[in-house]
Design a protein around this ligand. Structure first.
Ligand code: COA
Length: 644
């Protein structure tokens, strides 16, 4: 279980304003209205006293040894660079390590690690908050939940009511500090991210954004926001005695919301949040000049979470259904459909369509996928309960519709947002599908890691398409450490490259191919272990670079090197986000000529979602999906030959 550790000074990387530490720490925080932390974590706090909640004995994230990181950096570059380029980069690395520059930056980073709870977490948050790209499609993932079989509004409302009750039941565990500690490979994980999922929101700024956590307030929110036909409502989900509304009560409130938002000609104000962050930052300050608008915006931002009741989308074939829902979760389908039925800055938005489509999207700055999936698993189980709490049918007040005064300037901003969103929607190619030939049980029966197997299939599919390999990013959890976020597993290695080249080589025997495949999967596993244990290279390199920026010294040549740009250009941006629920996460590509690939290996099938940009002639999500399925099947056939 969780241990409660009193702290006097929150020294996590979020600085004095870390929501988790302040919610749970014995520290008074700033005045009502908020205090801004060094990286823009803004609090609405009033000096509530509490405790840090972390599993007992959770270690701090280490700073890996400098020399080891650069040996691994050179090894990671080998399959990506020519011998001449490698030679040049080796010289730069040697210079960095022997000139004293590397040692100086390493010492600064180690000092930072001693002084903070986690040397990385505010850099990581800053990475998200500094990004000026729209959050929709570019950084916010979507999650496609299993298709529901309601076909009308009653079904939609009943489902939404149960889901809301499930999330409130989950919230109770957070409020009571009874959330069970999760484990990875037998070790306890930091549960901090869970405290950032609900009641929080990203706020746009003209140059950088902030994240606000309203749970840390003398008056934490008691409402969610519901949006239907682009109209936002405040729905109080607690009664005056503090108990959550029962499913039937929520259902009745949703009915009222539905009936008072039948007009479909409303301005899609939520579309503003889909804009480039600088554009939205400007539009935001203009929008909240008006008092009514400001109050409405605050109500959305302060809410526990948002529920988007979506209009049905045009029907598609069963084959394309998952892809269509994945797109709906990532961007809403454009201004004509449901993109205006969102507040993309909100950390958590559940999306429920009248046609049975459902899922969610979340803003990535405060949290990663696994806590979201754990919440999803909990809610899905909750919804299966046959006896849900009932309540006396006392009349409840009408949910408040949020008003917006649309000035000509705001109207212009919305029109611009419509145009941009429609371009973005056209730009994203999404393919979500179920690979049904086998799942992780079959892979395990071959005594290899399912994750490594899937990653090697991605390598093979990529090589078959491009006859080369590329920088590959796979997310690994750093939650074995206090306030841990993620590290990168570099799935492309000399071993993976050797395997993909051999796979279609007619001169190679199956036995040799199997040996190479097993070696490549083992190499991946070794790197994955390094990553989850805080010994991989990418966050360390980021830390050293950030130290150079903070020290105001010139940027070391290794970071100006083309090889570094190649290493950071992740054509394959991948993530395994596992869950008990038969669902899949989806995310956009990281680079213009890349793919975003998410997968959820289930016992007997694997769910995938693949994205690419249509404007890039070299990429094609449909083709890559086909090649990936072929690669998976071919690799299994290869392993099967072992048993003949
Ligand atoms: N033989 C048989 N079984 C094996 C095996 C082998 N050689 N190697 C692994 N397995 C088993 C494991 O024991 C495990 O069993 P379980 O299903 O009973 O738990 C299962 O196969 C899965 O293991 P594997 O496929 O190797 O992956 P993993 O579960 O260890 O996950 C990561 C690897 C990197 C995905 C995980 O450590 C992680 O960090 N996840 C979080 C990623 C993240 O944060 N994503 C979100 C970003 S927004």
């Amino acid at each position: 279980m969780l241990s409660l550790l009193a702290r006097t000074v929150p020294t996590c990387g979020w600085g004095r304003a870390c929501p988790a530490l302040l919610v749970k720490s014995g520290v008074g925080v700033g005045p009502v209205g908020g205090a801004v932390g060094p990286v823009g974590c803004l609090l609405e706090g009033t000096g509530r006293r509490s405790m840090v909640v972390v599993p007992e004995g959770l270690p701090k994230l280490p700073v890996p040894p400098l020399k080891t990181t650069f040996e691994r950096y050179l090894a990671a570059l080998e399959p990506l660079l020519s011998p001449e380029e490698m030679e040049h980069t080796r010289d730069l690395v040697a210079e960095f390590l022997t000139s004293g520059v590397g040692d100086r930056l390493q010492k600064s980073l180690e000092r930072r690690a001693r002084k903070t709870e986690n040397w990385l977490c505010d850099y990581w948050l800053q990475y998200y908050l500094d990004s000026r790209m729209p959050v929709a499609m570019y950084t916010s993932p979507g999650v496609v939940l299993p298709r529901m079989h309601f076909q009308d509004r009653q079904g939609q409302m009943r489902f939404a009511a149960k889901l809301i009750a499930g999330v409130l039941s989950f919230k109770k565990m957070l409020d009571n500090d009874t959330l069970p500690v999760q484990h990875l490979r037998g070790k306890p994980l930091c549960m901090d991210q869970y405290y950032h999922v609900l009641s929080s929101c990203r706020l746009p700024g003209p140059k950088k954004d902030t994240v606000v956590n309203y749970a840390i307030s003398s008056t934490p929110p008691r409402h969610i926001t519901v949006v239907h036909n682009f109209q936002f409502f405040v729905l109080d989900v607690y009664t005056s005695d503090g108990s959550p509304l029962a499913v039937d009560q929520i259902y009745m409130q949703l009915e009222k919301i539905w009936n008072s938002s039948l007009q479909t000609n409303k301005e899609p104000i939520g579309l503003l949040t889909s804009q480039h962050r600088n554009t939205w930052g400007k539009a935001y300050s203009n929008l909240i000049k008006d008092k009514t608008n400001k109050e409405s915006v605050r109500a959305i931002e302060r809410s526990i979470f948002t529920v988007c009741l979506d209009a049905p989308l045009p029907r598609v074939s069963d084959e394309l259904y998952h892809s269509r829902v994945a797109a709906q979760m990532l961007h809403g389908g454009g201004s004509r459909w449901n993109s205006g039925n969102r507040w993309f800055d909100k950390t958590l938005q559940f999306i429920i369509g009248e046609d049975g489509s459902c899922g969610l999207t979340y803003e990535h700055a405060p949290t990663e996928g696994p806590p979201i999936m754990y919440l999803v698993d909990y809610v899905v189980e909750y919804m299966k309960r046959t006896t849900l709490p009932r309540a006396p049918m006392i009349p409840l007040s009408m949910p408040v519709k949020l008003r917006f005064n649309i000035t000509p300037e705001i109207k212009k901003d919305i029109e611009k947002a419509k145009q941009n969103m429609n371009i973005m929607v056209q730009e994203l190619d999404v393919r979500a599908f179920i690979f049904s030939e086998f799942g992780k049980d079959v892979i395990k029966s071959h005594k290899v890691s399912p994750d490594g197997f899937v990653q090697m299939a991605m390598q093979l599919a990529y090589y078959r398409m491009y006859k080369e390999c590329c920088s590959t990013y796979e997310s690994a959890s750093l939650r074995m450490f206090r306030l841990g976020r993620t590290e990168t597993i570099r799935s492309t290695s000399l071993d993976s490259f050797a395997f993909v080249k051999a796979m279609d080589d007619p001169n190679k025997q199956n036995s040799e191919k199997i040996e190479l495949l097993e070696k490549a999967i083992k190499a991946h596993r070794v790197y994955a272990d390094l990553a989850v244990n805080g010994q991989a290279i990418d966050r360390h390199l980021l830390g050293l670079k950030m130290q150079a920026i903070e020290d105001l010294t010139s940027m070391p040549d290794i970071f100006m090197d083309t090889a570094y740009a190649v290493a950071e250009h992740f054509n394959l941006y991948t993530s395994q986000v596992g869950s008990e629920t038969d669902c899949v996460m989806c995310l956009g590509p990281l680079v213009p000529d890349g793919y975003g690939v998410c997968y959820n290996p289930m016992a007997s099938h694997i769910n995938f979602a693949i994205t690419a940009f249509n404007s890039c002639e070299e990429t094609n999500a449909t083709r890559y999906s086909r090649d990936l399925q072929r690669a998976l099947a071919d690799m299994k056939t290869l392993l099967d030959t072992q048993n003949i």
